[in-house]
Design a protein around this ligand. Structure first.
Ligand code: GRF
Length: 222
């Protein structure tokens, strides 16, 4: 079977879908990828509207209709599989995935997380960064493994924490960075420049020894 010239994606969401929108915009701008479906675990969310407006197939798989994580994740895996994605994109998908699910899509799943991992895995990252008095915060794109927010890191972007920041203000600034770095990494995969091999990130043919950082001037630094 010949490989499709556009990387088939499925995007999982739970909410507003602003990261999804950034990916949609980059696909429209020529990223060699095709969003085959957007799947939400919550009905009625803004992200589903964004997908529909872009003419993308949407599905809702409500976790409330399933008795436990295993049965939900099995249904989700089957639904995702129908669309035959090469990359599964977690764009604000607010559920922990079972290890069975992760094994099935190992090496083919990217997540965006609103902190400078390994700092602040899990929820309320902005609140925690403020409470700790950090002077910088940011966002990370990483491959997904069984360890929550703990898989191999690819790219981060930093923001300075300002004295007048509250959770909302800081979150908004981090989100703007997410919208840049997430499509950037997906594009690398689509262009065949990025993969994960034996748990190591390989970019442009070399193992990435250090997580990349997107600097304010647009350059990448290890
Ligand atoms: C983002 O901050 C993402 O990092 C986090 O949830 C938020 C989702 O935002 N996991 P959106 O749905 O992409 O607007």
């Amino acid at each position: 079977m010949t490989k499709p010239d556009k990387l088939p994606l499925v995007v999982l969401i739970s909410g507003s879908g602003s990261n999804l929108q950034a990916i949609i915009d980059q696909v429209a701008a020529g990223m060699p990828a095709e969003i085959r479906a957007v799947i939400s675990n919550r009905p009625g969310v803004r992200g589903l509207e964004r997908a529909q407006q872009a003419g993308i197939e949407t599905r809702v798989l409500d976790h409330k209709a399933y008795p436990d994580r295993e049965s939900y994740d099995l249904a989700l895996a089957e639904l995702v599989h129908e669309f035959q994605p090469e990359l599964l994109v977690l764009a604000g998908f607010m559920r922990i995935l079972s290890s069975e699910f992760i094994q099935r899509f190992r090496g083919r799943m990217l997540n965006i997380h609103p902190s400078l991992l390994p700092k602040y895995r899990g929820l309320h990252t902005h609140r925690r960064a403020l409470a700790a008095g950090d002077n910088e915060h940011g966002a990370s794109v990483h491959y997904v493994t069984e360890e929550l927010d703990g898989g191999p890191l690819v790219l981060q972007a930093r923001v300075a924490v300002e004295p007048e920041d509250d959770e909302e203000r800081l979150a908004a600034r981090v989100l703007r960075k997410e919208h840049i770095i997430f499509p950037m990494v997906i594009r690398w995969v689509a262009e065949g420049r990025l993969k994960v091999e034996n748990g190591q990130v390989v970019k442009d043919g070399s193992v990435l020894e250090k997580t990349l950082t997107l600097m304010g001037n647009g350059t990448l630094e290890p």
